[in-house]
Design a protein around this ligand. Structure first.
Ligand SMILES: [Zn+2]
Length: 46
């Protein structure tokens, strides 16, 4: 598992919030990882 932080552009994938488990989908390689829409956490696992 790889950890990513808000502000990175880690590429197309589904990321899971470390704090609440909310899934965030980035569907473009240039998309920036934003804070979790559910709890505002800033770290995600791929
Ligand atoms: Zn969250």
């Amino acid at each position: 598992m790889t950890q990513h932080t808000t502000g990175e552009k880690p590429g197309k994938a589904t990321y899971t919030c470390n704090s609440c488990g909310q899934k965030v989908v980035l569907d473009d390689a240039t998309d920036t990882l934003l804070p979790c829409p559910h709890c505002d956490a800033t770290t995600f696992n791929k």
